[in-house]
Design a protein around this ligand. Structure first.
Ligand code: 5GP
Length: 173
């Protein structure tokens, strides 16, 4: 374990919660095929762990968006750096996100994907910071609600570091 990181959610807690989420999602999409959309890079570890425990038929695709505002001042203006390869029209689509902070990025992303006329569009996030929400969106499946603290690990970075930590932690000041 890195000594400058406080563990906030352990590997075991995350793995247990992902199994519960996968069960919930499998039940919801039972008998249907869904396209899971991984929002790069932060969701990548969560996405893999979640997908392998879902029993409904799954197709995977990947998208990377960048926000115009600097960290801490998300504006909701996004640029699509890497777009989907699959056509999502008339498909059941599940966006898989790392964390919802203000929710502005997600709100814009939802608008972009809804314009492509999916049959349904839902959102699953590993972490949610409800006290920071500015956009009127609520993820359909949430791993953990956390307080307003900058977290790293399990895909989340600080300056591109710490993504491979198997737990969620906070960098000590
Ligand atoms: P939002 O538009 O919801 O304010 O911003 C969401 C994005 O900001 C996330 O996808 C993530 O990239 C970044 N972000 C928000 N909070 C955190 C955090 O605590 N840790 C890290 N590493 N990224 C965060």
């Amino acid at each position: 374990m890195k000594k400058n990181i406080d563990v906030i959610i352990s590997k075991e807690q995350i793995e247990k919660r992902i199994l519960e989420l996968a069960e919930e999602i499998s039940r919801f999409y039972k008998g249907r095929e869904l396209i899971m959309v991984c929002i790069l890079k932060g969701a990548v570890i969560f996405f893999g762990e979640l997908a392998k425990n879902i029993t409904a038929a799954v197709k995977m695709d990947f998208m990377r968006v960048s926000s115009y505002g600097s960290r801490g001042s998300t504006s909701g203006n996004i640029m699509i750096v890497k777009d989907l390869e699959l056509d999502i029209a008339d498909k059941d689509v599940l966006i898989v996100e790392d964390i919802v902070d203000t929710g502005l990025t997600l709100k814009t992303l939802i608008g972009v994907l809804l314009a492509r006329r999916p049959a349904s569009l839902k959102v699953c996030c590993l972490l949610d910071k409800p006290s920071r929400h500015k956009a009127d969106i609520l993820p359909d499946f949430i791993g953990f609600s956390i307080e307003d603290r900058f977290v790293v690990g399990y895909g989340l970075d600080f300056d591109e570091k710490y993504r491979n930590l198997p737990f969620i932690g906070a960098v000590k000041n």
